[in-house]
Design a protein around this ligand. Structure first.
Ligand code: 7TS
Length: 413
């Protein structure tokens, strides 16, 4: 069970007023989560006592730093149930993971006549890297459409696979805008039958639910530390060992080589082949502490708590006159509520909510094609929840929406 008071006590940032008399109601965890004291302290302790570069110095401090950093890799491996620690590549964030994948696997395997399937609900991080490479290599990108229930249209997906030449399918496990939880295991199974590899964007799933990459059957999976109680600056690309082995490196430099001569170089073993330069050591240690924190609570408990909160939020929000929700039914939805309010611009709305202490995100949430071409709106307002969110905060959001309606009355600020 989740003890919400004990959890909130772990997050110092939550206990403040953002405007006089307005306590912070932080509803933007899908953009970046807050950090518990345990993570902040783990990073502080590292900088106070253990910092040195990793993988190089033959001295106690460097060995201690290396041990702590590599322990974080083991924690990530176990957290997502990867078969081998060599399959965990540290990157900068989900964006970094996707670019690495596209520039290595994609560059080596895609060309004219090939198709890559994405979906209409993708974040730009899983769109733009593919588009950049497609311009150069001439492969085709197709997008699985979303239905009126805001879920992926799997019949259309099957037809795309039947058309042939599909080399890769890359989709978000959970949408950052709609909250849609997609059936990745089924998507992966169908892709493999068609001879394609499967990449999961786990930026919004790994922080919120148990994830088992082997059970999902994905070939690659990407996520960010900063959305799962960890620090910014570090992310993960999981990849099946045989695929990673076959991939050329991307960035060159220290740590990723075995031997360098003036006429050429050979590459280090996994995972270091893809980790050029000094890594984000303190951030890795912070991510390890975040995984310990989440594991102690239990990802199933966390998911159950958030699912209940999401259902409550949707119920409360649809009562607000003029509000349109852009989410599937709560059982298929992660911890978000995304909406427009008739006659009120999303940015004006977010500003009024801020005056009331309520922090939400407004805009296209880095999913511009989804907004413009599918939802037919330029911007939405999104409230997103995490383990420290309370029902009282959702009530506060709803109250602030009524205040906004009264204040704006259909006019812009
Ligand atoms: N994929 C998804 C599904 C995301 O939600 C995000 C970030 C990314 C990729 C990129 O992650 P990054 O850590 O590399 O930036 N999503 C959001 C958001 O919804 N609001 O701000 C960032």
């Amino acid at each position: 069970m989740i003890d919400i008071n004990a959890i909130r006590a772990d997050f110092p940032i939550l206990h403040q007023e953002v405007h006089p008399g307005k306590p912070l109601v932080f509803l933007d965890s899908a953009a970046s989560s807050q950090k518990p004291t345990q993570v902040i302290e783990a990073m502080n302790a590292y900088y106070r006592q253990t910092h040195a570069n990793v993988h190089r110095g033959i001295y106690a401090l460097s060995e201690a730093a290396t041990t702590a950093f590599e322990a974080a890799r083991d924690k990530v491996q176990h957290f997502i149930h990867a078969a081998h620690r060599e399959e965990i590549i540290f990157t900068t964030n989900t964006t970094g993971s996707m670019n690495l994948l596209v520039q290595t696997w994609g560059r080596a395997n895609l060309g004219v006549g090939d198709t890559v399937i994405l979906s209409q609900l993708e974040h730009h991080a899983n769109l733009v890297p593919w588009q950049i490479l497609a311009q150069e290599k001439g492969f085709t990108i197709e997008y699985i459409p979303i239905t009126e229930q805001y879920i992926l249209d799997l019949e259309a997906y099957q037809q795309m696979l039947n058309a042939g030449n599909v080399k890769a399918v890359s989709v978000a496990h959970v949408s950052n805008v709609l909250g849609t939880i997609s059936p990745i295991a089924e998507i992966a199974h169908l892709a493999h039958q068609a001879g394609a590899i499967v990449i999961g964007d786990g930026a919004q799933s790994v922080p919120h639910m148990p994830v088992d990459v082997q059970a999902l059957g994905v070939d690659f999976y990407a996520f960010s530390s900063h959305k799962m109680c960890g620090p910014t600056g570090i992310g993960v690309l999981y990849g099946k060992q045989h695929l990673l082995e076959a991939m050329p490196p991307w960035m060159g430099g220290g740590d990723m080589i075995r031997k360098v001569t003036f006429s050429g170089s050979t590459w280090n073993d996994l995972p270091y082949k893809f980790e050029a330069g000094t890594p984000a050591i303190a951030e890795g240690i912070g991510l390890g502490a975040a995984i310990d924190y989440l594991s102690n609570l239990g990802m199933n408990n966390l998911h159950t708590y958030e699912a209940d909160l999401t259902e409550y939020a949707h119920e409360r929000l649809i009562e607000v006159p003029g509000l349109t929700l852009y989410n599937p039914e709560p059982v298929m939805c992660g911890g978000v509520a995304t909406f427009t309010l008739e006659g009120v611009h999303a940015h004006d709305l977010a500003q009024i909510l801020d005056y009331e202490g309520v922090a939400v995100r407004a805009g296209h949430h880095c999913a511009m094609p989804l907004h413009r071409e599918c939802l037919k709106v330029a911007a939405t307002t999104r409230a997103s929840f995490y383990l420290y969110t309370t029902r009282a905060e959702i009530d506060k959001l709803v109250e602030a929406l009524y205040t906004a309606k009264t204040l704006l009355g259909g006019h812009s600020l």
